[in-house]
Ligand binder design. Structure first.
Ligand code: PEP
Length: 256
């Protein structure tokens, strides 16, 4: 049986200046112990403006938290005003990049095809994409959840070889649960993640067993334990609760 090390990623969205971000990552590190890092991989995804400051803090204090970015442009360089390239992130020791978050798909109009270009660009630059998928409330009520995540995962990984896919992380984030305080039941989240795992198997074969699939959507210290007890849930992508180092540390400790 393949063992997948759980991963807890904090998506800070458009919060925390670089000064606040330094404080938050330091406070988070004070609350975590070696056994937490041994059990779980921890990632923080600050805004672009805070990446360099958080990177130097992690390096200087030898904090074993990985750095993630919230977005990337698929091209290496060029006339793309306001965008950031994969190589720029990789040079900052960014290891993970959130790709295809529902806020980017819904607010900024990102298509499956554009998300796929980003996934491939992130992998080509030696980083790991956190590919997000998930259904709206209307889609859930219409019984379209499985078809939606199957489509997003298949399209997101088009052209990715099984060897490269070992670097991929998938996050199942029901859109109706993001920032709303409503969480999918642990059993429902587990069932949809099983569908994602089957989809991964059809796209990248045996490699699917090594790919971590996270749950995201109003994860809090109070529901982390139940979610992490599910066999298919390999960790969490945490928005609001990751802004507070105490809450995020408790989630990383599965609600201890
Ligand atoms: C997210 O935006 O990825 C997320 C899961 O947010 P929240 O935890 O606030 O629902």
């Amino acid at each position: 049986m393949t063992t997948r090390k759980p991963l807890m990623a904090g998506n800070w969205k458009m919060h925390h200046t670089h000064l606040e971000a330094i404080q938050v990552v330091q406070k988070l590190s004070y609350r975590l112990e070696k056994k937490d890092y041994d059990r779980t991989e921890v990632v923080v995804c600050p805004a672009f403006t805070a990446l360099r400051s958080v990177q130097t803090t992690l390096d200087a204090d030898r904090i074993p938290i990985a750095l993630g970015a919230q977005n990337v442009h698929p091209e290496e360089k060029g006339a793309f005003t306001g965008e950031v390239s994969p190589v720029m992130l990789a040079k900052l020791n960014v290891r993970f990049v959130i790709v295809g978050h529902s806020e980017r798909r819904e607010i900024f109009g990102e298509t499956d095809d554009f998300v796929n270009r980003k996934v491939r660009a992130v992998l080509a630059a030696g980083m790991q994409p956190i590919l997000c998928c998930g259904e709206t409330l209307e889609e859930r009520e219409a019984g379209e959840t499985d078809a939606k995540v199957q489509r997003q995962v298949t399209a997101g990984l088009a052209g990715v070889s099984p060897a490269d896919a070992t670097g991929v992380v998938v996050a199942y984030e029901p859109i109706w649960a993001i920032g709303t305080g409503r969480t999918a039941s642990a059993e429902d989240a587990n069932a949809t993640i099983s569908v994602i795992r089957k989809t991964l198997r059809s796209v990248v074969g045996e490699t699917a067993a090594t790919i971590r699939v996270l749950y995201g959507g109003s994860v809090k210290p109070g529901n982390a334990h139940e979610l992490m007890a599910q066999p298919e849930i390999d960790g969490a992508l945490v928005g609001g609760a990751s802004l507070d180092p105490d809450d995020f540390a408790r989630i990383i400790q599965y609600g201890r």
